[in-house]
Structure formats: C-alpha cells, structure tokens
Design a binder for this molecule. Structure first.
Ligand code: C2E
Ligand code: CA
Ligand code: CA
Ligand code: CA
Length: 279
C-alpha cells in the first residue's frame, strides 16, 4: 500500500510539474505579449434600434501567439486575473481603446462611445479612478464617450468602496454597464444598490427568445425591469432577425451581435465607419 501511495504521489507530482510548466510558460508569454504589444483589440459595433445606426463599440481583446495560436480571452483573462497581470492588461486596453475612439471620432466627425471590459479585481484596486483620469487626460477622450463594462460577478462581494469607485467614475461622465446580466448570482436587490447606467442582457437569454414563449417572457421582463430602474438595455449576441424583432418590439434600446457584425479589426471597423457614415 505504501509503494502504491508512492506511485500515486509521483504521478501527482508529475502532473503538478507539468501544470506548473504550462502555467509558467503562459505567464511568461502573456507578459511578453503585453510588453511587446502583441495583444490586439477588436471592436464590435453597438446598434441603436431607434435609428439603426452605430452608436459605439465594445473593445475585445485578441491574443495571437506564434506557437500557441489564437488564445481566446475567455481562457487568458481568468488566467491573467490569477497570475496578477490583469491590472496591467486593463490599463493597456483602456489606453488603447480610448486613443482609438478619439482617432475615429476626430477623423470622421463622430461621437461613438467606446466600451471597455474591466475585471472586478482591477476596478477594486485602489488608485483605479486616478488611473482612469490619467488615461482620459493622456488620450483627450471625452469621458462621456467612455463606457466601462463590469460583470455581474463584481456585484457579488460588493463593498462600499466599489460603490464609491463607480460613483466617482460616473461623476466624471463615464457610463457604467452591468455585463452578462442574468447569468450571475446577484439578487435583484443588488441592482437597486448599484449605481449603473446600462444592463447588458446576456446572450444566453437572447438565444432563448425564439421560438420559446417563455424565452420571450424572460426578455420582456428583463427589459421592463431595466426601464423601471431607469436603466438602458443592451442585448448581447443577437444573431437572428427574429431575435431582433422581439427585442425591438419590447423596447430594447441597443443591440450587439453577429447579426450586425462580429468584432472587427481596426482596419475593418474603419471601413465599416466609412461605409455607414458617408453617403
Ligand atoms: P463579453 O464581455 O460578454 O463579450 C461578448 C462576447 O460574445 C465576445 O467574445 C464576443 O465576441 C462574443 N459575441 C458577440 N456577438 C456574438 C454573437 O452574436 N454570437 C456569439 N456566439 N458570440 C458573440 P470574446 O471576444 O471571445 O470575449 C469573451 C469574454 O472575454 C468577454 O465576454 C469578456 O468577459 C472577456 N474579455 C474580452 N476582452 C476583454 C478585456 O479587454 N478585458 C477583460 N477584463 N475581459 C475581456
Ligand atoms: Ca462585455
Ligand atoms: Ca457580456
Ligand atoms: Ca461574458
């Protein structure tokens, strides 16, 4: 029995070492990617359903590693949160997205609002608001054209500090969105306490719209709830015209999704702007 355990232990050790190596490799690579500007932002348009025009865009991280290939953000963001790189990534994304939005707006005479995803870990860091002020000053972006998306998860261990931070950001003119709404564990009670401007209804609910009646009831209830709380609504992951129609019918203000456009490279988004705003 003793030697058995010994074997098991060795097996365990080997697995651990392997996991450790992978971890270290990924951490080194992500660190390098950040330092050498190998991360890239793609932008997905947000559409105003009243006017059918682009009112802004969400910045989404892309990481291509020559050896590892494309690594999706769903995989490396949680990793970055664990290994402590997430704050540096957040600062980089914010700076990059604000500079790009400023450039697009100036060269095409627009007022598009850029949305940036910020990790709950990062936003809870002291000095976050000052950092954001620094980015605003450095890029010259109008803070009214900046939106910060935080996931519902952030609300889970909400503190007075977090509410304070959100209030300070809003006082600067920044829009705060609650991302992935409906998927977390937050009670409706949190919604009342959290000073957000926008609810982003998760794709999981949009997908359920058609043909299920109960799906429509859910969406309709979520939109009503948002409006009752004076919040705007964005539906995420709209892929079908039928989904769009239901959302429109129930008064959803904004949509994002493949139906209109996938997240686009800077070059492709520039083309989309030119195509959409010149006639
Ligand atoms: P998210 O913030 O909920 O972003 C929406 C995700 O849905 C994006 O995946 C987007 O490409 C995808 N999507 C958009 N429209 C559709 C659609 O019609 N159908 C389907 N099936 N998917 C659609 P992506 O880019 O892979 O990002 C995944 C997640 O990674 C994001 O979810 C966000 O939580 C995180 N993430 C991405 N970029 C950043 C970043 O810069 N910072 C942080 N902290 N997190 C990020
Ligand atoms: Ca988001
Ligand atoms: Ca989302
Ligand atoms: Ca998500």
């Amino acid at each position: 029995a003793k030697s058995m355990r010994g074997n098991q232990y060795r097996l365990y050790r080997d697995n651990m070492d392997e996991a450790n190596d992978k971890w270290l490799l990924l951490e080194t690579k992500l660190h390098q990617a950040l330092k050498k500007d190998l991360l890239e932002l793609h932008y997905q348009p947000k559409i105003d359903l009243k006017t059918d025009t682009i009112i802004g865009m969400e910045a989404l991280l892309r990481w291509y590693d020559p050896e590892l290939g494309h690594i999706p953000p769903d995989r490396f963001i949680p990793f970055a949160e664990e290994c402590g790189l997430i704050n540096d990534i957040g600062v980089w994304v914010l700076g990059k997205a604000c500079a790009q939005a400023k450039l697009w707006n100036e060269s095409h005479n627009l007022r598009l609002r850029v949305a940036v995803n910020i990790s709950p870990i990062h936003i809870s860091t002291s000095g976050f608001v000052d950092m954001v002020k620094g980015v605003i000053a450095g890029t010259g972006i109008d803070p009214h054209l900046l939106e910060i998306e935080i996931t519902e998860m952030s609300m889970l261990d909400y503190t007075e500090d977090l509410i304070n931070t959100i209030n300070q950001l809003r006082a600067l003119g920044i829009t705060i969105s609650l991302d992935d709404f409906g998927t977390g564990y937050s009670s409706l009670n949190y919604l009342k306490k959290f000073p957000v401007d926008v609810l982003k209804i998760d794709r999981a609910f949009v997908r359920d719209i058609v043909p299920e009646k109960s799906g429509i009831a859910m969406i309709s209830a979520m939109i009503s709830l948002a409006h009752a709380l004076n919040l705007q609504v964005v539906a995420e992951g709209v892929e079908e015209e039928a989904e769009l129609n239901v959302l429109r019918e129930h008064g959803c203000e904004y949509v994002q999704g493949y139906y209109f456009s996938k997240p686009l490279s800077v070059e492709d988004f520039t083309n989309l702007i030119v195509q959409s705003f010149t006639n």
